[in-house]
Structure formats: C-alpha cells, structure tokens
Design a protein around this ligand. Structure first.
Ligand SMILES: Nc1ncnc2c1ncn2[C@@H]1O[C@H](COP(=O)(O)OP(=O)(O)OP(=O)(O)O)[C@@H](O)[C@H]1O
Length: 290
C-alpha cells in the first residue's frame, strides 16, 4: 500500500498557506510528522483524511485519486483529529456504537470489537460512565478507540499523545506497533521523544514545507559527529552561542552544561563528542531553515 502525494498546496486565504508544493510518498509502517506550531501537520492530515481539499496537487492511494474519489480512502480510514469532540452524555460503549453506526460498521462481531478496543485503551472499567465525566487523557483514549473501530488500513492520529500519562503512552505505542505491519499510520507531534519511540520514518516540516523525510537513523546521520557537550562558566555561554547552535543548557552547580551542534567543524576546548539524537537533527533542520 502506498500513498503518493505530489506538489500539494493548501492556500487558506491570500496571506495564509498551510502547505506549499508538498510532495511525499508514504508506505506501510509508522510515519511521524514533526514540526513546530504552524508547520502544516494538521493541514496535511486533514487533506489525507479528505476533511479538507487541497488548493493544488494530487494524492493517490494505490493509484486511486483520492481527491476525486474520497470514498476510496474513507472506507479504510481511522482518524483522530486534534480537536476531537465527544458526546458528554453517552458512555464509552454507547459512543463507540454510535460511531460504528456512522461508519457503517455492524454485525455480530461489533460487541466483541468494542470490548477489545476498550480493553486496548484501558477504559473497560469506565465504559459505563458518561464521557463528560472523563479526564482529558481518557477522552483522548476514547478518541483513539473510535479511530480503530472499522479495522482501518490508513490511520491518522493528530497529536495522539496529548494528555496521556507515561503509562498510557507506553500502551498507545504498543497498540500502534501491533498495527504497523499492516497499515499506513501517520501521527503528528511537536514532542520529539514521542515520535522517536513510535515512528519508523520521520517527516520534518516547517512553514508548510517538507524539510526532510527518512528513516530515523538517516535523519540522525545529518548531525552525526557534530554534536558536543561542554561544561562552562556562565560568562562563556554567550560566546558559544555566537559560534555554534546551542541545543540545550542545564545548570550544574555554578557551571552550565551546554549541548551544541558545531558550526565551525571544531569543538570547543574541553568539549566531548556525544551521540546525536533525533532531537538534535530536528533542531538542526528546523532552526537552520526559515
Ligand atoms: N482554517 C484556517 N484558516 C486560515 N489559516 C489556517 C487555517 N488552518 C490552519 N491555518 C494556518 O496554516 C498554517 C498551518 O497550520 P496547521 O494547523 O496545519 O499546523 P500544525 O503543524 O498542525 O500546527 P500545530 O502544531 O500548532 O497544531 C498555520 O500558519 C495556520 O495558522
């Protein structure tokens, strides 16, 4: 299965574009969309989910034009939008039955499927409570469950881990990796560590433009050998900022540990080379492309 997107542009109005000439090919597995606020992640996801139409460009799923024939993807789509609304008076079970009816999912297996999904998102014990009484993280989990209801082959999750506690994040990761062999899964976040633990491939975007898309190790290679850490006194920090790209600083007693990407090719005196991470590569790409 492959989703081929070519030269996609979304112009919201005269002054505002969500995506510009965006091309990407997405295959089975988990693709993480990473980008700062306003990068165009939600815009891209809405267009793939056929909620929004592109101004220009094409989207083909296995050779089928999904702009002209949105039903092709809708039948096999699971989508968790960023602003997922729920019906406060329904309990989790009723809500999933309602979504099932809307998606045309039914039959004798429905009850079992709902039970399994509620178990998968750890809501079995709360299934009979009105959703209006749920915490933010619980609402997010019912959102994840509804996206999976129709056994989708294309799954789109916009900021799925918002509001989830660490234990639930692990559970979500497990759920995703169980599905990844069989589906295209696209998920967005601006939290690098979330994407790092879930995604096979990463697409880094900014201002509606795709900066890079590759498997994680290939993205990290962009900054391999360029990342250093050094312990300095506070009056040295400004000097390092002028020469290098500072990624992170942390106070250590009267000194500061600085993690930086060298711009000169040379480390500072006393700096040690450290293993590059996805976050280093992400900041390298997004801060050096305007
Ligand atoms: N309905 C709209 N009308 C006008 N501009 C919009 C609309 N939706 C999004 N935009 C603009 O398009 C750009 C991309 O927005 P989008 O929501 O896709 O980014 P994002 O990467 O999902 O951001 P975030 O991480 O904040 O959710 C932003 O500049 C945003 O202000």
């Amino acid at each position: 299965m492959s989703l081929v997107i070519k030269k996609l542009t979304k112009q919201y109005n005269q002054h505002k574009s969500g995506l510009t000439d965006y091309s990407i090919t997405i295959e089975k597995g988990v693709l993480g969309l990473l980008g700062p606020n306003g990068a165009g992640k939600s815009t891209l996801m809405k267009i793939i989910a056929t909620i929004s139409k592109p101004t220009k460009g094409t989207l083909f799923l296995d050779g089928e034009d999904i702009v002209a024939n949105p039903d092709k993807i809708r039948k096999i789509l699971g989508y968790l939008p960023q602003d997922f609304g729920v019906y406060p008076n329904l309990n989790a079970y009723e809500f999933l039955e309602y979504i099932a009816a809307m998606k045309g999912v039914g039959g004798s297996g429905l009850r079992k499927r709902i039970d399994l999904l509620l178990e998968g998102v750890n809501l079995t014990a709360d299934a009979k409570r009105p959703i209006g009484t749920y915490s933010g993280g619980m609402k997010q989990r019912i959102g994840i469950a509804q996206a999976l209801l129709n056994d989708p082959k294309v799954l789109i999750f916009d900021e799925p881990t918002v509001g989830l506690d660490p234990e639930e994040r692990v559970r979500f990761r497990q759920l995703i990796s169980d599905l990844a062999d069989d589906c295209i899964i696209i998920l967005s976040s601006h939290i690098v560590s979330d994407i790092e633990t879930i995604a096979d491939e990463v697409a880094i975007m900014k201002n509606g433009i795709l900066l890079n898309k590759a498997a994680q190790p290939d993205i990290i290679k962009l900054v391999d050998g360029k990342v250093f850490e050094v312990l300095v006194s506070n009056d040295e920090i400004a000097g390092i900022r002028t020469k290098h790209q500072v990624i992170d600083t942390s106070r250590q007693k009267d000194k500061t540990r600085i993690r930086f990407i060298t711009r000169t090719g040379q480390p500072e005196m006393g700096a040690i080379a450290v293993n590059a991470s996805l976050e280093d590569a992400y900041l390298f790409l997004t801060q050096n492309n305007n």
